[in-house]
Design a protein around this ligand. Structure first.
Ligand SMILES: [Zn+2]
Length: 264
């Protein structure tokens, strides 16, 4: 999963947890105030959920917002000027990432029953992808340019170099009720319906596969996404060889006693 980790020194990334109703409502208001052009205008009421309900499946798509603020430097007799902030919801580059990296499964995967939803976070190599910034979003200048265009009538000296950029990432958490309603939500809010994503694949178990792990000695030079890829490769192999038990949650995995000596 191509992401920048939260806390990347060059990029300001804020996170919002699943239950932060107040923060979510404030961000929602900021986006409404900006009233950005493009796909946002078709969003209707499919905005981000601000109610957390543990009984139902919550939408697992990641959401990224970006806030720009301008500071035009003093030039000759013209004093320094501050340009007010605007908050945008990121669509196109986020949609590109969603289609590339996310998978779908059923609400009841074993029975293949219930609505098709974006897979649970614990099934990905990076289980906290919704606290990371997609690289396609970080590289995009779409909303940077939109901010400059919006403000150029009032602040004619404003350029895209004068901007402060702050990303906010969180998990959507829309409550999944039925497939039609959820598909409409996903199409407008995330640019793709779950059924059009790749299906999540299950790890097959074969104790005859020799247990040999990929080299991780280069791990310090690699990015966060690569760390997860290596660890997930180890996890997959350990499960396939029955060294550790398969579990939906990696944190709940345990070493199988009679194979512990072989790998020690
Ligand atoms: Zn959603």
């Amino acid at each position: 999963m191509e992401t920048l980790p939260a806390g990347d020194p060059d990029t300001s990334i804020g996170t919002v947890d699943g239950r932060s109703d107040v923060k979510r409502a404030a961000l929602k208001k900021n986006v409404e105030d900006t009233n950005q052009d493009g796909l946002y205008q078709q969003l209707g009421s499919q905005s981000f959920e601000t109610v957390f309900n543990v009984k139902n499946t919550m939408c697992n798509f990641p959401v990224t917002l970006v806030t720009y603020e301008g500071k035009i430097k003093k030039k000759g007799s013209e004093p320094e000027k501050n340009v007010p902030p605007l908050t945008y919801m990121v669509f196109e580059p986020q949609i590109e990432w969603n289609k590339k990296w996310l998978t779908f499964n059923f609400v009841e995967p074993e029975k293949r029953k219930g609505a098709k939803v974006a897979s649970m976070p614990d099934t990905y190599t990076n289980t906290e992808y919704y606290y990371c910034l997609p690289k396609s979003v970080a590289r995009s200048v779409q909303y940077r340019n939109m901010y400059v265009d919006t403000n150029k009538a009032t602040y004619k000296n404003l350029t895209s170099d004068d901007l402060k950029e702050q990303f906010t990432v969180f998990k959507c958490n829309w409550e999944v009720a039925d497939q039609c309603d959820y598909n409409e939500h996903c199409r407008k809010m995330h640019g793709v319906i779950p059924g059009d994503l790749r299906m999540e694949t299950n790890i097959s178990v074969d104790p005859k596969i020799p247990f040999k792990l990929n080299n991780a000695m280069t791990i310090v030079q690699l990015g966060n996404g690569d760390h997860w890829a290596i660890l997930n490769n180890w996890f997959t192999k350990a499960v396939a060889c029955e060294v550790i038990s398969k579990s939906i949650k990696k944190a709940a995995t345990d070493v199988i006693e009679d194979r512990k000596q072989e790998t020690a």
